[in-house]
Design a protein around this ligand. Sequence first.
Ligand code: SF4
Ligand code: SF4
Length: 335
Amino acid sequence: MIKNYKMEPVIERNSIPSLLKILSSDYSIIAPQERNGEVVFDDLKDPECLVLGYKVTILPPKKYLFPPEEILFTYSGKGVRTPSITSKKLLIFGLSLRDLEAITQLDEIMSTPHPDYFYWKRRSRSILVGVTDESVHAPPGGDLILERMDDELYRAIPLTQAGKKIVKGRFFKKQDILPHKGEGNQVMEELRKLLLDPETLAEAVKWSRAEGHPVWEELGKRCIGCGICTYVCPICHCFSMENSVSLDGSTCTRCRKWDACTLPGFARIAGGYDHHPSQKKRYYNWYYHKFVRGYKEYGKSQCVACGRCQTYCPARIDIEKELLGIVKDYREACG
Ligand code: SF4
Ligand code: SF4
């Protein structure tokens, strides 16, 4: 029997902490680690604490590129001062394929119509390394992906010059390996299928609103407007601006903070008029932005089916179930 072996760069699992130790002389390393029984992205002080093979982190890695709160500038009698970033370059290690895909989308969103200066200040100094149990057919982004072949071995898939440079290091060797069958990520498989046809998803969401589908009334009652789904989403990127003036009036600081369209006040404007006065309207707007506007502007839905919003929603709203229901009713009604 002919076996379909292929020479590929590989790294052993127990060499990964040593690789990270070496890389930490050039980069600040961010990687998944356990905190109180959950897995979170955090500064990696001890590479032995790295957690791989986790399901999903609470907050997505976007917090390192688009922080929850950030001073844009301070104005004083001496002029305007913008904070500078002088720290080491960032290496975010252990990203899932979903999070890599989300950052690829964020890169596009943060580039149009004008590049977001603050996002790109960090992003251009970042290296992204994915680690996955799934077999990688179409790499969704990043600089390097490590695909787990078995308990001991990871195949390296470098995607950029920075990724190739890492793979040239002494912890990688070339080895014959069999094609990886990959177990796949079982999270939200049905939603992933829907996302392959973003046009139908956009049409179905628009149709459901125009037809007064009862789902919006029901979800508007269940949603408590806490904003968690937005904060944990790896693609949501809305923000608000806040100016604070010191008591003596000598300085003014402008800060941007994550915002969420499900929060009361998100669409309130000067004079008190609120474009989304009910929770039903606010909740629909979240879907509209992701599935209708996202498709119109970028040709894809702003969702990668990571599962965070449904995992951490206190009202247990399951976006996959709701969208499946909407698309099913749309297909039945519109053929
Ligand atoms: S997490 Fe759940 S309850 Fe909170 S805003 Fe989102 S949908 Fe509503
Ligand atoms: S599943 Fe929820 S949290 Fe994850 S990308 Fe989609 S909308 Fe965002």
